[in-house]
Design a protein around this ligand. Sequence first.
Ligand code: SAM
Length: 268
Amino acid sequence: MNYRHAFHAGNFADCMKHALLLSLLGLLTRKPTPLFVLDTHAGIGSYDLMGAAQRTGEWKQGIARLIPPTPPLVPFVSLIERVGLYPGSPRIIRARLRPGDALACCELHPEDAATLRAAFRNEPQVAVHHRDGYEAVRALLPPPQRRGLVLIDPPYEAPGELDRVVQALQDGAARFNHGVYAAWYPIKHRSPVTAFHLAIQATGLTDVIAAELWLREPTDPDRLNGCGLIIRNPPYGFDAEAAPILGALRDTLGEAGAGADLIRLTDE
Ligand code: SAM
């Protein structure tokens, strides 16, 4: 396991993923009934942009350029200003938990899992597991709350990760079909993304959309040109919130050839 998210924290891909995650959480917490969130690949929870992230400086082309935010990005950016450090997905989710909601975080890297566990040691609503997030999809679903969001955010350092995500969506559906699933993926070149979308369509899973942002034409397979978020069972109102968020990110961070899209992959 060579990937360390600390080097990439706050980059455009994090901003896209976290702004959409926040939108999903806002919509899902409109109903008063308790919510369970499973973060399968959690990282360490928050990141000092003056630390390891300085080595790549990716955040300077991401979060740094979103301040001050345009209106669709205000909820996301204002959360960051409150937290101080750049928040990872567990912190963003934690910020939206209500009494009675619960978060389970999985992290396989032993040091990162220990860091995350220490960060949440006094938080009874948050459980941190040093375990494989894909295995947790099979082990922790369905949740007792019967309402849930599953974030799947792997590092894509090994070949076959897109296939594992498709399998995880199927594993989740077999246990918790009405859960909401959000799975992040990189866009370097179009062809693997097209194959990924086709593989999702071939599963027969209903109600899947893909939110995508690309900063430039995705023609260089060695460069992270964009990213996407598969959303299964998107909550009512998500499209209306996601479109302006994606547009704002494209307009603020994009270069020539930038774009954003919400694509329906399978019907409800
Ligand atoms: N979700 C985090 C966020 O948004 O702040 C970032 C996660 S980072 C992209 C991926 C994380 O997954 C890394 O911290 C890595 O150590 C961890 N990881 C890799 N393989 C894993 C697995 N099979 N199960 C759980 N965690 C894994």
